[in-house]
Design a protein around this ligand. Structure first.
Ligand SMILES: [Zn+2]
Ligand SMILES: [Zn+2]
Length: 458
């Protein structure tokens, strides 16, 4: 069923943002969105060598089913001096493992082969050994002050004030990221890279010539959701990035509960800015990787995506054969903005702000109490489902595809809500505590409100 015939519509509530409602009476088992694929994701370092980067298969920690790594087995051009400096040379892994060449080809067809190099570059900034946490100075336990919007803006303004300085950029290039930071940076980098591919595609498919070249004053404007300069497909065809970036930011909710994350976030940005977002010549930059040839892999039996949505999405973000289009996009001159232009504070904060509350945990399947959480992923369209402690929609994962099915008959106009995961059997107090810790807010769904009213009466 095409997504346009979706049995649901988005209604905007001034207080709680956009949510899905049933557009008609729906029987139990209605597939609401069709297959959804993530915009970006991360697999935590701890599981990276045990999980297929494409289908997210996990076998309780066994890894014998993983037979391919990174771009292993793909024919790529012999590294030039330039690409060598970007990570080909080193034995640094991009941190990707695959079941087989099918999974590998699917991943590369969608993300682009240059994503492998980007991840390698990023991995070279991951600190080798976790540094022991410095003991807080005797007597001087530095309590993190209560965080306000003002404090957050100040921190980012301080970063912004320094980013024009080549000296700072050089310092930022040498930052060594902790595992949490590097894992989050992967999520941000894959999102930016995907956004970049969308832009390239748009420009390439543009019916009218698009004059704005890289670095022109046009480029930064594209980060806003208004429209693109060219290649616009009308209202329905919002770019994936626009949908992604329009998700509610939960930056403040997260930082209020975990103030120490602010510093991680600015460090992530600094590293990304220095390594991928700076045109200041310092060995390797993304702008140079753009002009250098990005060799195409030989897709050994690459399977074109089978389902419609996947194919649609691929067309939007890189063509069915993304490997080929990646080459087009970068080597044959994407006239859109360079990836470097997209590494901005605004974009990075948007991507980081979307994660809490909008991302879905990648759980070991079948999901049980003791299942491991292997990472997280953001599915833009799926994020318009509200959560509820008595949900009427159930999500099912197959590989990286999520589907959303009604669990009962739903009346026209009724809100469609998904589960938080595991809290339904808990009592109100435990549930709220759990949600505050995991989701950074107090649930006010109708069940919680009714139960709270019930409690306050007794
Ligand atoms: Zn796989
Ligand atoms: Zn609730």
């Amino acid at each position: 069923m095409p997504a346009t015939a979706a049995p649901l519509h988005i209604r905007t509530d001034p207080h709680s943002g956009r949510k899905y409602h049933a557009s008609a009476r729906l029987p139990k088992g209605t597939d609401l969105l069709g297959p959804c694929t993530p915009y970006s994701y991360t697999i935590w370092k701890r599981f990276r060598n045990e999980v297929c980067a494409e289908c997210w298969r996990y076998d309780g920690g066994r890894r014998s089913f993983l037979t391919r790594r990174d771009d292993e087995g793909l024919e790529r051009e012999v590294p030039t001096e330039e690409t060598r400096s970007q990570g080909h040379r080193s034995n640094i892994s991009a941190g990707l493992w695959f079941c087989d060449n099918k999974c590998q080809n699917k991943w590369i067809a969608r993300e682009g082969v240059e994503a492998v190099d980007l991840l390698r570059q990023l991995e070279s900034a991951r600190q080798k050994k976790p540094k022991p946490k410095p003991k807080s100075n005797a007597g001087g336990e530095e309590a993190v002050a209560e965080i306000t919007q003002g404090v957050v803006e100040q921190a980012w303004d301080a970063v912004k004030a320094k980013e024009g300085s080549p000296k700072e950029i050089r310092r930022w290039r040498d930052l060594q990221l902790e595992d949490y930071e590097a894992d989050m940076a992967r999520y941000v980098l894959l999102a930016l890279h995907r956004y970049h591919r969308e832009q390239c595609n748009r420009h390439r498919n543009s019916p009218q010539p698009c004059e704005d070249g890289p670095g022109s004053s046009e480029a930064p404007a594209i980060q806003n959701s208004s429209t693109t300069a060219c290649g616009t497909n009308g209202d329905y065809e919002r770019s994936e990035w626009q949908t992604f970036a329009s998700l509610q930011s939960n930056e403040m909710q997260l930082l209020k509960v975990c103030p120490e994350i602010l510093e991680h976030q600015t460090r992530i940005y600094q590293l990304l800015k220095a390594r991928f977002g700076s045109r200041i010549k310092a060995g390797s930059t993304t702008s140079s990787s753009r002009s250098s040839s990005v060799p195409a892999p030989t897709p050994n039996g690459a399977q074109p995506p089978t389902d419609n949505a996947r194919a649609r999405e691929d067309t939007r973000s890189g063509g069915r054969d993304g490997a080929e289009s990646a080459t087009d996009a970068d080597a044959s001159g994407c006239v859109g903005p360079a990836l470097a232009d997209l590494v901005t504070i605004d974009n990075v904060r948007t991507i980081l702000g979307v994660d809490p509350g909008n991302s879905f945990g990648i759980w070991e399947m079948p999901v049980m109490d003791e299942s491991e959480c292997l990472g997280f992923a953001v599915y833009p369209r799926a994020s318009f489902f509200n959560h509820h402690c008595a949900p009427n929609v159930q999500k099912e994962r197959e590989g990286r595809i999520l589907r959303f099915l009604t669990t009962c008959g739903v009346e026209a106009g009724e809100e469609l809500c998904i589960s938080y995961g595991h809290v339904e059997s808990m009592d109100l107090q435990t549930r709220r505590q759990e949600l505050l810790e995991g989701w950074y807010f107090e649930c006010r769904c109708s069940r919680c409100m009714a139960e709270a009213a019930g409690y306050s009466r007794t």
